[in-house]
Write a protein that binds this ligand. Structure first.
Ligand code: UDP
Length: 281
């Protein structure tokens, strides 16, 4: 597995099938590690908004770079991979990954726990996931709990022993939450999934396929939830940052090519001088 580096953050270049295989291996490793304290693997589903935020938040960038796997959730990240690394990578969104893992869960014996969203939403999402995929959702809790409720919630998750914990507290809140609690959670695989439970519960409609294919899911969300406009100002800023970084990389490459050509011709000149010296007078 080779990670790409985009604006200081590592991002996986795996497609959906490869990602699910990698996560299945993490679950196996985590289960074998120690049944009481399996090794936790944090999976970040990264979009442009969060990657832009991480540029001015070293703690967030550090969490991203310490994650077991960072998937390209948004079309902005895919565009950045093309511009900065010359690579075409597939989007692996949080919601597609969640559904794919739930589809495979029954045959692989995985159970899942849902944490996040408004009261009643995770429960509705749990019912829909069980109905659609037959997955064992061993528990759920809303994402609006008080700090004093945290020990109880962690206790419940650990008692239910899910193989996968989906955390939908919105990014980057969920990334900080997972990182802060990683030593207290006995779960092999933990994924931050943003607002996925709202969609899976049927409370919110996901962008139609045409919007998804054109990389315009952000526009759909903006039309449905206009209050997002302030957060979304990060998107054009992200595009400008990527373009600037791409120009800087191109200039650097051109300079190193010029330097190599210069070195080569200097070497050739030296060789010619040596040859001239050796010539019989
Ligand atoms: N949320 C939560 N607890 C909080 C704040 C937010 O559970 O303290 C939930 C919110 O109800 C929603 C999700 O986190 O379900 C955030 O969704 P959003 O689409 O804003 O997140 P994104 O996908 O952009 O990260």
């Amino acid at each position: 597995m080779a990670d790409l580096e985009i604006l200081g953050a590592k991002i996986s270049d795996l497609d959906m099938v490869e990602t699910v295989c990698a996560l299945a291996a993490y679950i196996d490793v985590g289960r074998q590690q120690n049944s009481l304290e399996p090794m936790l693997h944090h999976i970040v589903t990264l979009n442009a908004e969060i990657l832009y935020k991480a540029q001015s938040d070293p703690r967030l960038l550090d969490i991203i770079n310490r994650a077991a796997l960072v998937t390209p959730d948004g079309s902005g990240v895919v565009m950045a991979a093309r511009e900065l690394c010359g690579r075409e990578i597939d989007r692996v969104t949080g919601i597609d990954l969640l559904q794919e893992l739930c589809r495979r869960a029954p045959s692989l014996g995985w159970s899942v726990y849902l944490l996040g969203a408004a009261p009643g939403v995770a429960e509705a999402a749990a019912h829909n996931l069980t109905e659609q995929y037959g997955v064992n959702v061993c528990g759920w809790h809303d994402g609006y709990f008080k700090p004093e409720e945290l020990p109880w919630i962690l206790g419940e998750i650990n008692e239910k022993k899910p193989d996968i914990l989906f955390v939908g507290l919105g990014a980057p809140k969920q990334e900080f939450w997972i990182d802060e609690n990683r030593d207290r959670l006995r779960v092999p695989l933990v994924l931050g999934v943003g607002g996925c439970f709202d969609v899976i519960s049927g409370n919110l409609k996901r962008a139609p396929l045409a919007f998804q294919r054109l990389g315009l899911e952000w526009l759909w969300r903006l039309l449905r939830e206009p209050w997002r406009i302030k957060r979304m100002t990060a998107l054009p800023k992200f595009v400008l940052l990527v373009k600037r970084e791409a120009r800087r990389k191109r200039r650097q490459q051109a300079a190193s090519v010029r330097l190599n050509v210069g070195r080569k011709s200097a070497d050739e000149n030296k060789k010619d001088v040596k040859k001239d010296k050796k010539l019989p007078q």
